[in-house]
Design a protein around this ligand. Structure first.
Ligand SMILES: CN1c2c(nc(N)[nH]c2=O)NC[C@@H]1CNc1ccc(C(=O)N[C@@H](CCC(=O)N[C@@H](CCC(=O)N[C@@H](CCC(=O)O)C(=O)O)C(=O)O)C(=O)O)cc1
Ligand SMILES: N[C@@H](CCS)C(=O)O
Ligand SMILES: [Zn+2]
Length: 759
């Protein structure tokens, strides 16, 4: 029978155990040996689970206490000196790089965090500087391989490959990447050899960077690294694993090199099938075909997948085709068995990580069976898929509204400068207005309140009264701090997307379907099962209540259509453009209701807009921006001139799409800037960006409190680069992950810094 392979497995635990242990460790409620022991038990359970379902190639070192890219930086010895200087133990040095450190040992920022390709997972950006000396700096892959072996599972260790590592790292040294590659090579070699000595037959090197647009320099860098690595005498067999797209720039190069196996994604990498069929696949090598979607949560379409496998069998030597997941299963929740409240009519359509393991096993068996079409497993799959249509929600009024949209529905009038003057006169804000991004700390008190309400332990009345009290407190606090534009704090929201998913028709939501977003933070993406419709106002009472408590403007706070779509699990039977327009119409109705209740500023967050920008430039507009930007415009096109529309984006690497961002035609945009260099500001200036901007002046992912002088200095740098009359002062992103302890002094310092700069 065909063999099967898993690229990576979720690691937070089916009940988010790892998050809870790690956070307990941060709070000094769990000691280091206990944390490490719990983590080891979690890994063992997961290896056994994979073995029980018959997976042939089970990964190790896909586990991480925070992030696998950070693990790789430590493995390669890329730990900047300032973290060593803290004099902490290895584990705490690691967490200092991830989260920053402020305490008796010193004060250091966290390394920046960035989106992992086109996912909602974030990696820590490694830093290479003039002092970096690559050397094997951790025991992790070796220890985890041995641990699995002792638990009876011979795993295939996974490493972030050196090419992707170097391309994602920030190179602050004056050495070119090819020189760094030469220096890194001996370390990679020794890692491979040591794994081989421990008993590893295969090593998986993840090189997702290969699915992006590559330059000649990239291809040469890849060759330098891998010609050297593959020539290592006595090395284990190497699987070159790619995912999230196709390898059109490098396919012929890769297949001509000495890899023992190549992993290709046939889900997002739709071009890969053409490459294999057109150029052939080399004899003697294994193709690990990603045919089970590692990013969606839907049952696999066996008939289509078997057709794909049968085509691949024509190109690959018998016995050399292995079936795999399209990418790591990190991006999906653990198991549908954790969803007892989901009606069976819906649940049968879902396949999370554990169910995907079963799908792999069934597909391997069916693809070798000439009588697959009459096999019970195949027939069951076909019957489930046939029932999907019956289960879907269909709203003909929404379909009709989307199809009757015309060009004018996407254009806000009057034009930007004219309404800007009107808003200035109406809002009377000071120079450098100060604001926050929306959420205030989601303390365990607020979360426990929601848990008790959902479990029926407290009444709706008690819950809503408590939320109102939190809103009243946060309005008073912001007035005391001296902020100019206030927020209601988002205490009623579990998450900026899930909250709207719960309020809108057409969505299903889960109880335990958590997915890691970064470190210990998880999200529970809602599921777009059918057409989307707003049954009634979702935020209006809360925002209007907040506004009733103050004369200062309170921002209405909404999540935009592209972000709701991108951070949900979308249906796959309707184009994304159509789904986005359906959501846009729902949010548009909410904007109108907020405006009617006297809300003067409305923020429509599009935090995830950049995230799903296609990895290849040629697809940016046709496949994405041409509907994503209009979806946003549709939401606010019909507001009054006086109403100021804000938007917000995190991880703002949008230098390359600033025209499109400006085309969203928001009045103000706030975005992350504190952790990136300020080069984006030059691009904004050069591009005559019209939208007013609030580049975040401090990093909210770290508990460290920025000093007033430090913030003043940043604001002055902003003033030097941008028009002071179009500049706002705010943190990077929402404050929900922070505690009040650091939030209050940080905001006070920010307001004082802005006031000083005004003078
Ligand atoms: C802005 N970001 C977001 C992204 N994606 C989203 N979908 N949402 C985002 O906001 N992507 C990019 C960034 C990523 N950033 C973050 C930041 C913070 C979190 C986060 O804090 N996640 C929470 C879970 C949030 C949530 O849904 N909470 C629920 C349930 C909470 C819970 O665990 N309850 C406990 C009981 C309560 C207690 O005692 O504490 C329980 O049930 O056992 C809620 O608030 O009701 C996290 O903890 O990971 C994510 C991404
Ligand atoms: N309004 C949201 C945006 C996060 S990206 C918040 O403040 O949490
Ligand atoms: Zn944000």
């Amino acid at each position: 029978m065909k063999q099967t392979s898993v690229t990576g497995y979720p690691r937070i635990g089916a009940d988010r155990e790892l998050k809870k242990w790690t956070e307990a460790y941060f709070r000094h409620e769990l000691d280091r040996p206990a944390l490490l022991q719990h983590a080891a038990e979690l890994r063992r359970r997961q290896w056994h689970r994979q073995r029980e379902t018959g997976v042939n190639f089970i990964p190790s070192n896909d586990f991480s206490l925070y992030d696998t890219v950070l693990d790789t930086a430590v493995l390669f010895g890329a730990v900047p000196q300032r973290y060593h200087d803290l004099g902490l133990n290895a584990l705490d040095t690691y967490f200092a790089m991830a989260k920053g450190y402020q305490g008796t040992h010193g004060d250091v920022h966290a390394l920046p965090m960035r989106k992992w390709f086109n996912t909602n997972y974030h990696y820590i950006v490694p830093e290479i500087d003039g002092e970096t000396v690559f050397a094997c700096g951790s025991e992790k892959p070796f220890a985890e391989f041995t641990e699995a072996l002792e638990a009876g599972v011979r795993t295939r260790p996974v490493l972030v490959g050196p090419f992707t590592f170097l391309r994602l790292a920030e190179n602050r040294s004056d050495k070119p990447l090819r020189m760094l590659a030469e220096e890194l090579l001996p370390v990679c070699r020794s890692v491979l050899l040591r794994l081989e000595k421990l008993g590893a037959e295969w090593v998986q090197l993840d090189e997702p960077f290969l699915v992006t647009d590559l330059t000649e320099d990239d291809l040469a860098l890849f060759r330098t690294l891998y010609d050297g690595l593959l020539a290592t005498p006595g090395r284990p067999r190497v699987l070159l694993q790619t995912y999230f797209g196709d390898v059109r720039d490098s396919y012929t190069q890769l297949t001509g090199m000495d890899f023992d196996a190549i992993g290709l994604d046939f889900i997002e990498g739709t071009e890969n099938l053409r490459l294999v069929e057109q150029h052939g696949f080399p004899e003697g090598k294994t193709l690990v075909a990603g045919v089970v979607n590692g990013k969606n949560i839907w049952v696999n379409h066996y008939e289509q997948t078997l057709a794909l496998i049968h085509r691949l069998e024509q190109a690959v030597e018998p016995g050399k085709l292995v079936l795999g997941t399209s990418c790591s299963l990190l991006h999906v929740p653990y198991t549908v068995h954790n969803e007892p409240d989901l009606a069976e009519t819906f649940r049968e359509h879902f396949a999370f990580a554990e169910e995907k393991l079963e799908e792999l096993a069934e597909l391997a068996r069916l693809s070798d069976d000439a009588a697959w079409a009459t096999d019970a497993a195949f027939l069951r799959n076909r019957a489930i898929l046939a029932r999907k249509q019956d289960a879907a929600f269909r709203f003909n009024d929404v379909r009709a509204a989307v199809s009757s949209l015309r060009e004018n529905d996407f254009i806000r009038r009057p034009a930007f400068e004219e309404r800007r003057a009107i808003q200035k006169a109406a809002l009377k804000l000071p120079l450098l207005p100060t604001t926050t991004i929306g959420s205030f700390p989601q303390t365990s008190e607020v979360r426990a309140l929601r848990r008790d309400y959902k479990a029926g332990r407290i009444t709706a009345e008690t819950y809503h009264a408590a939320i109102r009290q939190k809103i009243a407190d946060v309005i008073a606090l912001q007035e005391e701090i001296g902020l100019d534009v206030l927020v209601h704090g988002e205490f009623e929201r579990n998450d900026m997307v899930e909250y709207f998913g719960e309020k809108l028709d057409g969505f299903l939501f889960t109880k335990n379907a958590w997915v890691q977003s970064y470190g210990t933070r998880c999200v529970k993406p809602p599921v777009i099962f059918g057409d989307v419709r707003r049954p009634g106002p979702m935020t209006v009472d809360t925002i209007a209540y907040a506004q009733s408590l103050t004369d200062r403007p309170v921002k209405g706070m909404l999540t935009g259509p592209v972000t709701i779509l991108n951070w949900s699990f979308p249906r796959e039977d309707l184009p994304r453009r159509e789904i986005a327009f359906q959501i846009a119409l729902a949010i548009k109705a909410e904007v109108a209701d907020l405006e009617a209740r006297g809300i003067r500023i409305i923020q429509i967050d599009e935090a995830a807009l950049r995230e799903k920008l296609p990895l290849r430039k040629c697809d940016w507009h046709a496949q994405y921006l041409d509907w994503a930007i209009p979806a946003f415009r549709l939401v606010h096109a019909s507001v009054r001139s006086e109403t100021q529309i804000h938007t917000h984006m995190c991880y703002s690497r949008f230098e390359d799409i600033i025209r499109d961002i400006d085309d969203m035609d928001a009045d103000v945009i706030t975005f992350e800037a504190a952790k990136s260099d300020l080069s984006l500001l030059d691009v904004l200036k050069a591009g005559h960006f019209k939208t007013e901007v609030g580049p975040g002046v401090y990093d909210i992912h770290s508990p460290r409190v920025p000093e007033r002088a430090e913030l003043e200095n940043i604001i002055r740098q902003l003033i030097a680069k941008l028009d002071i009359h179009r500049l706002w002062v705010n943190p990077d992103c929402g404050l929900k992950t922070r505690g009040m302890k650091e939030t209050v002094p940080s905001l006070k310092n920010m307001v004082l810094a802005a006031q000083a700069c005004r003078k």
